[in-house]
Design a protein around this ligand. Structure first.
Ligand code: SAM
Length: 545
């Protein structure tokens, strides 16, 4: 159950029923292959549409309501097909590269518009039937109707295209070389040879999963009510582009123990007569159920997010969960009384067991609490961190800084191969976890600091810390420019950049390139099969080393 981490609401049965009928009718009309035929966009997309629809824009080749035939030539990171009509870009949800579709324009803006897939005229050779029964309703996955090998090729290409287009860097993919789109704007104080003559960065094939299903170790399930379910309470996912909740018991990218835990918790909550939180009125009890499964140890955690501290039948709940959820090691309540669409509140209390469960990445053990950030795909995390370790090329004598360190996962993964490691992270609780994890593993050569990396690194620099390797793993917006500046002043021999956003990665690499580093290699790793997310590790070397 991969769910947008926003909002929750009651199930509006009648409206939803109509939505489904409408979708079914569309699917029937178009042979069911096009997918998303109702043209439901993402929540963000629809907001944009509304704004865009407000004013018709003169001089565009298409207007709202037009039906146009389009070749799909690309895919956005949100999984929408990209087509062009007389040079004008249209995003078509449910279309994949290689498709030829008839699309009905639903919104237009100055530089792009959105369209619904009205008819699939010619299917891409890589289009497949999505195995998930509720794929077209659910907003969790975007690419299940695209062959997995094609997804992996696309993720690699996306990294290469961003490096060439945004970073303006020369790129090679095995025997194919992509010239930088434009190398003319290297900064005046750029170090080393001009970009055009630098060796291209080698973008490796994406490391995919052998079995790209059942990978998520955490489920975050919004809770609602439905008159058609006995006991009323339901939990599943937000219908695409809305806050309506659809009840769901099976999710193909979720680990099976999580599915089982959610099913059991819903059943228990119904039997105790619990209500769900109503976003409209701010009343009702249960907002979300969050469950975690630690693959290495088999431990499970249940977190009930409630609208207030009062928990009717608390003892009975604990007894039933312990009896019916195998491996449960932690049952927690998180209190969230905010009217905002955020999942967690500030207060977490343990109802039974520990406040953490234990999982392992490689030979490092991690304590994971209810709100900790922990990578959701354990198999691929090991591969991702393995690539980071390879590019760090540690021999045991190095000083390493891990900026944006979270609960110290990469820091501790590297600590056993380095002389000293420093981790910095902006969330204080994550640093508490990181310190706890260091002592859990008997790692004594790791120091952690709370703060913004762009503030803490200059302090470390002033204190005489001189790193041989700096690892960064920033959020989607990439590195703060002040951090990049400090990194260039610190002059580590190697920089390892772990990124979940190829466009900010490309932007930042260009700064590091111009500051005297060259990319050695780029390794995309598929952390989120069947979604548009792309994760990538880059190894960089200082030019004079
Ligand atoms: C993509 S996560 C990486 C976490 C960790 N490396 C891992 O793999 O589990 C990015 C982390 O950066 C933290 N963060 C965001 N802005 C920051 C900043 N300015 N300075 C330090 N940490 C920051 C976030 O809280 C988050 O834990």
């Amino acid at each position: 159950m991969v769910l947008p981490e926003i909002g929750e609401s009651r199930l509006k049965d009648r409206k939803q029923g109509k939505g489904r009928e409408r979708q079914q009718a569309d699917r029937n009309r178009h042979g069911g292959k096009g997918g998303f035929a109702t043209g439901a966009g993402s929540a963000r997309g629809r907001g944009g549409e509304r704004r865009q629809q407000a004013a018709a824009i003169a001089g565009l080749p298409v207007q709202v309501g037009d039906r146009v035939d389009v070749e799909i030539i690309g895919l956005t990171h949100e999984g929408e097909g990209v087509g062009r009509v007389e040079g004008y870009t249209l995003f078509v949800r449910g279309a994949v590269p290689g498709d030829r579709v008839r699309a009905e324009v639903s919104s237009v803006g100055k530089s792009f518009g959105r369209a619904r897939l009205a008819e699939l005229l010619e299917a891409s050779a890589d289009r497949i039937a999505a195995p998930c029964a509720i794929y077209e309703l659910c907003g969790g996955c975007q690419l299940q109707h695209w062959d997995y090998a094609a997804q992996l090729r696309w993720k690699r290409q996306l990294v290469a295209d961003n490096l060439a287009r945004i970073g303006k860097l020369p790129v090679a993919m095995g025997d194919v070389e992509l010239a930088a789109t434009d190398t003319s704007d290297a900064s005046a104080d750029s170090v080393g040879p001009p970009p055009a003559t630098r060796p291209p960065v080698l973008v490796h094939p994406t490391i995919g999963m052998d079995e790209p299903w059942r990978y998520r170790n955490k489920a975050q399930v919004p809770i609602g009510m439905s008159a058609s379910v006995e006991g009323g309470l339901i939990g599943g996912f937000f219908e695409q582009g809305s806050h309506d909740i659809v009840d769901m018991d099976v999710c193909l990218i979720q680990q099976e123990p999580n599915e089982e835990t959610v099913r059991v918790v819903k059943r228990i909550a119904r039997s105790l007569g619990w209500s769900s939180y109503d976003r409209g009125t701010g009343r009702g009890l249960l907002r979300h159920v969050v469950v975690r499964h630690a693959e290495a140890t088999g431990e499970r955690m249940v977190v009930l997010i409630t609208n207030g501290r009062d928990l009717p039948h608390e003892d009975e709940l604990v007894a039933l969960v312990r009896e019916q959820v195998p491996g449960v090691a932690s049952i927690c309540q998180n209190v969230n009384t905010s009217r905002a669409s955020i999942v967690f509140g500030d207060e977490t209390r343990v109802l039974w067991g520990r406040d953490v469960i234990y999982d392992e990445i490689g030979d490092i053990r991690f304590a994971i609490s209810a709100r900790s950030f922990f990578q959701v795909n354990p198999q691929q995390t090991e591969r991702l961190y393995g690539a980071a370790l390879k590019y760090a090329a540690l021999t045991g004598g190095e000083t390493v800084i891990d900026a944006y360190c979270g609960i110290g996962t990469i820091t501790l993964f590297l600590a056993r191969h380095a002389r000293r490691v420093y981790g910095v992270e902006i969330v204080p609780e994550a640093i508490e976890d990181a310190r706890r994890n260091a002592s859990l593993n008997g790692i004594a050569n790791a120091d952690f600091a709370v703060g913004a990396a762009e503030d803490v690194l200059p302090r470390w620099q002033a204190g005489g810390v001189s790193p041989d390797v700096i690892v960064v793993d920033p959020p989607r917006k990439g590195c703060d420019p002040r951090l990049l500046d400090t990194m260039l002043q610190l002059r580590p021999q190697r920089i390892v950049y772990v990124s979940c956003n190829p466009s900010t990665l490309a932007r930042d690499l260009r700064v590091l390139e111009d500051g005297g580093y060259r990319r050695v290699e780029a390794q995309p790793v598929d952390m989120f099969p069947h979604t548009g997310h792309v994760e990538c590790v880059i190894g960089m070397q200082r030019i004079d080393t």
